[in-house]
Design a protein around this ligand. Structure first.
Ligand code: SF4
Ligand code: SF4
Length: 410
């Protein structure tokens, strides 16, 4: 695609990165076929190709309106289009640049700014956990939609504290430990069962994805640097072998620290190393699949569907890894249609674009339930909660199921 980017952007890093990405796009439109928002809305401007044009116009100094931003806001950042694109267009990075520039150019309404401010400040805040606890107590008094978002607490169980020679870091996170601390507890127990000690660095917290996707990129970069500082001493000394991610959304973001901090003189090398050490929990546990299978307590076989989050299959390009591990551990992973499409959760998307998110969830659940599973398994807190809102079939993180097979009495 030919570009004519205005001088002001030509001089910036963002402008140069955007130009390089834009020039790779040959405008073939293959990406339209797998874009969830295009499937739902049918408008070219709600497709990857349409959004690429909008960003190109923005960089070429053409008129950009609130309506253009709406089309960018409606993008789920699922990166399904990247998986489909034959030219390797890095749409996700282009979208980040487009959103960042438009955020600086056009003010949002007071309402939108307030909602975004509350999400950015509230979800990663330490007070979020007590708020969730209060929400659970007051649940019967809340409106139906909000009620469904407050997922019941699941038992955390006993967390092993024994020292192991092999050590990995888990992300401290923000939303997941507040809403479902059972996921981290299950992860620590399963890792312990195969001789790996999972540590959580005291000064680490949110991976930065939350603020990044709410278009507060400076704050997200601060989150990344804080985490790197928290992990670095043990990474540098070789005491920790990997950063194991049990939420694919966070895993996708940490894998990109090296990209986002590539021009930061102080952090670029560290960020690259951190990204290289980051791996998905299923990827890591695949090294121990035989040991795990040998430790499983006998149980009736489980027929389940595994919903692969977009951040796992499109961002991290990890397809089939979790399914293979689960199969080795005795799950019959039932096939279903449209595995590639987003469920509509997409971080805070289901809160900011509920109409599209609900349509996508119904579509996803219709395929998942058609397989008649006993359980729906997934790998990201956002997908779990969003899907559970729309079905009575239990939706679990797969590590919770595996933990239960290893430690049935907990
Ligand atoms: S992003 Fe890729 S698939 Fe989509 S129009 Fe451009 S080249 Fe074609
Ligand atoms: S990231 Fe997802 S929603 Fe956005 S344009 Fe690409 S396929 Fe469509």
């Amino acid at each position: 695609m030919q570009t004519n980017i205005i001088e002001a952007y030509q001089q910036t890093m963002q402008g140069q990165q955007a130009q390089a990405i834009l020039r790779q796009c040959v405008h073939c439109g293959f990406c339209q076929a797998t874009c969830p928002t295009y499937q739902v809305l049918g408008d070219e401007l709600d497709s990857p190709r349409g959004r690429i044009y909008l960003i190109k116009n923005l960089l070429e100094g053409k008129d950009i309106t609130e309506k253009s931003r709406t089309h960018l806001d409606r993008c789920l950042s699922c990166r399904n289009c990247e998986t489909t694109c034959p030219s390797g267009v890095q749409y996700g990075h282009l979208l980040d640049i487009g959103r960042n520039i438009i955020e600086e150019k056009i003010n949002r309404s007071a309402f939108q700014m307030t909602v975004r401010f509350l999400l950015k400040k509230g979800l990663p805040h330490k007070l979020f956990k007590p708020l969730v606890a209060m929400g659970r107590i007051l649940k019967p008094l809340l409106a139906g939609k909000l009620q469904k978002k407050i997922i019941p607490r699941r038992p955390v169980g006993v967390i092993p504290r024994r020292e192991q020679t092999r050590k990995v870091f888990l992300l401290a996170g923000c939303v997941q430990p507040a809403l479902l601390p059972s996921i981290d507890a299950a992860t620590i127990r399963v890792l312990d069962a195969v001789g790996v000690q999972a540590l959580i660095a005291p000064n680490s917290a949110c991976c930065g994805a939350l603020r990044f996707h709410l278009d507060d990129q400076p704050a997200a970069l601060r989150d990344m640097r804080r985490n790197i500082d928290a992990w670095w001493p043990m990474v540098e000394s070789g005491q920790v072998q990997a950063l194991v991610m049990n939420a694919s959304g966070c895993g996708a973001m940490v894998r990109e620290y090296g990209y986002y901090l590539q021009h930061d003189a102080l952090y670029a090398d560290k960020a690259r190393r951190i990204s290289a050490l980051s791996c998905d929990l299923a990827e890591y546990l695949s090294n121990f699949s035989e040991a795990l299978a040998a430790k499983l307590k006998p149980a009736a076989p489980l027929k389940a569907v595994f919903h692969p989050p977009c951040t796992l299959q499109h961002w991290q390009q990890l397809r089939g890894v979790t399914e293979k591990l689960l199969t080795q551990c005795g799950v019959e992973c039932l096939p279903f249609n449209e595995t590639h499409l987003c469920c509509g959760a997409a971080g805070t998307y289901s809160l900011l674009q509920p109409a599209i998110a609900d349509v996508l969830r119904e579509r996803k659940l219709s395929h998942l339930t058609a397989a008649q599973p006993q359980m729906i398994l997934s790998a990201n807190i956002g997908c779990l909660i969003h899907l559970q809102e729309g079905t009575t079939i239990p939706v679990l993180h797969w590590i919770e199921w595996l933990d239960e097979r290893l430690n049935p009495k907990i």
